[in-house]
Design a protein around this ligand. Sequence first.
Ligand code: PLP
Length: 480
Amino acid sequence: MIEQTSAADLEDFYTVGCDALAWIAEYQRTIRARNVLPSMAPRDLLAVLPKSAPEQGDTLRHIFEDFIRIVDKYSTHCNHPRYFGYFSSSAVPAAILADLLASSLNANLMLWRTAPAATEIEARVADWLREWLGLPDTWRGISFEGGSISMLHALAAARHRIAPGDAEQGCSSRLTLFASEEAHSSVEKCAVLLGIGRAQIRRISVDAAQRMRPDALCDAIARDRRDGFVPFCVLATAGTTSSDAIDPLVEIADVTTREALWLHVDAAHAGVMAILPEMRSQLAGLDRADSFVINPHKSLFVPLDLSFLYTPHATLLREAFSVVPEYLRTNEQINLMDFGLPLGRRFRVLKLWFTMRALGKHGVQRLIRHHVDLAQRLETEIRKDKRFELAAPLSFTTVCFRYLRTEEENEAILAKVLADGSCLLSSTKIRGRLVIRIAIGNCQTEWRDVEECWHLIQRFTPCFDNPVVVEGVRERDAIQ
Ligand SMILES: Cc1ncc(COP(=O)(O)O)c(C=O)c1O
């Protein structure tokens, strides 16, 4: 007889589950005492994991104990308040609980019929977030697993508007897409998948503050039209990955209106700025976009994965992607499978529903403001230390700076901080030079965490009496 979930299994689930919940609460409470990075080399864990899967089942208790013994020990703690690398993805307790409940329900949002509550909560939560962001109420939000996949769908809708035949015939025209040199690398993958081709992305140069230059954009569009290409979309970024730079959206929207091009705004990280009334002016022009992407799993305190694509042209998405085989035919109108590539879809929006309700708009605003304050405070500290210069203006919560010496010396500081393990930092290149990057955004981060990281950097930075500018002009003043 096939074994089924028995009462004993559920008893086991309940007792181990209670311990797991207790572990989660304790993990969150004491996380600051851990290192962010584990002390391990690649393949260390593979060396201790059994090579073959077990023939016989084990107890949940044993598996849970191994999770604590192995997974916890060998993990980088993304929920850690000193995780300053890349962009943070932190999770408030309400969001963690919601993910557990979503797995229990295991709703599949492919059809309304397979997930009526989840489908309708997704629509409502998307509307709530749209309202918090001050976006037009004609925009519809659809969730995807990440910013890259959301962008893929935005560009597919853009392509469908200009070349509706391509959905049927394949990519026939010489479509070109415009994005700044600083736009996220996922645009390249999207161009590959959509058959547009990476060679048909025009990388537009940026100004001293890393923002797309509208004059260079106009020139590139004119050049392409002259050369027989078919410009179809401009991808503007509101919050670039390297430095949070915000492209001049109003000027770019003027260009896309004049040229009848699709305007996609990638605001995967910094889109949440719009929740703060005092920051909204920096995103002026956003309401003129044809599509917009924001990743709540980056800066809205929910764990991976959750991204939203907003667009007033959801019908284009449906036209491009709706393929209904006989076995999925229903009478209902809101089947999320019609709006994109995935058929099976997780109830990933539940964690945002829990988080928005648990924190409220004011709670979320308080946290985001707190992160902006921390970044500004750090910037002030960096200005005071004559060994460093700021490498880009601070527009949101990512602080980029460099030691006024060689690339190798900047790399050496970064390597020492990473080897210490207590903080995670990352680096990028700005104007061709390596810079150290501190991205603030974890829901538990306090000034003491930022300060600890900054003191560590200072400790690993050699002193010099006379700051010397190596590799070019000192640009501290130029970028302010
Ligand atoms: C501006 C920007 N867009 C898109 C992405 C891709 O998002 P995801 O990692 O969710 O695919 C990122 C990731 O950091 C990003 O910074």
